[in-house]
Write a protein that binds this ligand. Structure first.
Ligand code: NAD
Ligand code: UDP
Length: 314
């Protein structure tokens, strides 16, 4: 059989569920592991009867003994609302989770992918962000459990690489959106769409001049697969994201336009340590993976709006 045995941690979450679908389509055996903190069985319902798919409830802060060829380590809440709900568990998930999954990769000689984040750059002092930038992260603030947890996980990945020659692939993921996001996820794209569809005011934090660069999920999953399949010397970190940058005010206005909503805009205080700007430099991904995002924000938002519209009316 050509298919590999692939473990996806956090596989019932937003990105994980899309990845599981893609890997099954590509002929692999998939073991989806999740503790269902933010993930949902409904994200993988369509796969439950598939003979090459298995769903296991497990928390990655505990060791896992399975036999696999590849590991995608995605387990970790990604929305500020959720990762700040139990910050100690967030750090444990990133750090103990990385140790457990790296231990598994070492024993099974599996190739291992880490879902790192643009948050390792913090509130960046250079713009756009390149992989060589070391970041500007507050180590003791409300976002630190996530940012420092992910930074420590990167450290562990590179120490396993140097010490044990583990085959690592570290992706620094920038804001990604699309179907299968949780309606109460708390991230900006899902908040704005749900609010617009329900005719509620769109909650802009601060004055809406802060920027983000949004990547549609299909583009991101393509990049994950290319990075995993790349030669062993490409360890990363590799920035993955869409370099087209928008202000949160522009995003709110576009969401209102595309939903045809009569919602107004409301303004709330900017959360502590909220980065003012964020845009990936994806030169490395372009050159080493021959990858760049194809889906423009408007087209991606239309698909995401259709998903939430169906979800909210059922
Ligand atoms: P998500 O919250 O939808 O998915 C995370 C999944 O991990 C959920 O299914 C959750 O239940 C599971 N999980 C959390 N803690 C766990 C634990 N201890 N053990 C087992 N499972 C656990 O978020 P997402 O957007 O799909 O993010 C997936 C990964 O990508 C995360 O590691 C996140 O940090 C990273 N990432 C995402 C983005 C983005 O914009 N979506 C950006 C940067 C990084
Ligand atoms: N944001 C907002 N309204 C919301 C949710 C978020 O204005 O309802 C802002 C948030 O302050 C941040 C940006 O949108 O500046 C992106 O937030 P998100 O939580 O999606 O991701 P982040 O990039 O901050 O991790």
């Amino acid at each position: 059989m050509n298919g590999k045995r692939i473990l996806v941690t956090g596989g019932a979450g937003f990105l994980g569920s899309h990845l599981c679908h893609r890997l099954i389509e590509n002929g692999h055996e998939v073991l989806c592991v999740d503790n269902f903190f933010t993930g949902r069985r409904s994200n993988v319902t369509a796969l439950l009867d598939h003979s090459r798919f298995e769903l296991m409830r497990h928390d990655v802060t505990f060791p896992l003994y399975v036999e696999v060829d590849e590991i995608y380590n995605l387990a970790c809440p990604a929305s500020p609302v959720h990762y700040q709900f139990d910050p100690v568990q967030t750090t444990k998930t990133s750090v103990h989770g990385a140790i457990n999954m790296l231990g598994l990769a070492k024993r099974t000689r599996a190739r291992i992918f880490q879902a790192s984040t643009s948050e390792v750059y913090g509130d960046p002092a250079i713009h756009p962000q390149t992989e060589s930038y070391w970041g500007n992260v507050n180590p003791i603030g409300p976002r630190s459990c996530y940012d420092e947890g992910k930074r420590c996980a990167e450290t562990l990945f590179f120490d396993y690489y140097r010490q044990h020659q583990t085959n690592i692939k570290v992706a620094r993921i920038f804001n990604t959106y699309g179907p299968n996001m949780h309606p109460n996820d708390g991230r900006v794209v899902s908040n704005f769409i749900v609010q617009a569809l329900q005719g509620q005011p769109l909650t802009i934090y601060g004055d809406g001049s802060q920027t983000r660069s949004f990547c549609y999920v299909d583009d991101m999953i393509e990049a994950f697969c290319r990075l995993m399949a790349s030669p062993p010397d490409l360890t990363g970190p590799v920035n993955l994201g869409n370099p087209t940058e928008f202000t949160m005010r522009e995003l709110a206005e576009l969401t209102i336009e595309l939903t045809g909503s009569r919602s107004s805009l409301s303004f709330a205080p900017l959360p502590v340590d909220d980065p003012k700007q964020r845009r990936p430099d994806i030169t490395l991904a372009r050159e080493s993976l021959q990858w760049e995002p194809k889906v423009p924000l408007k087209a991606g938002l239309e698909k995401t709006i259709a998903y939430f519209d169906a979800l909210l009316t059922t």
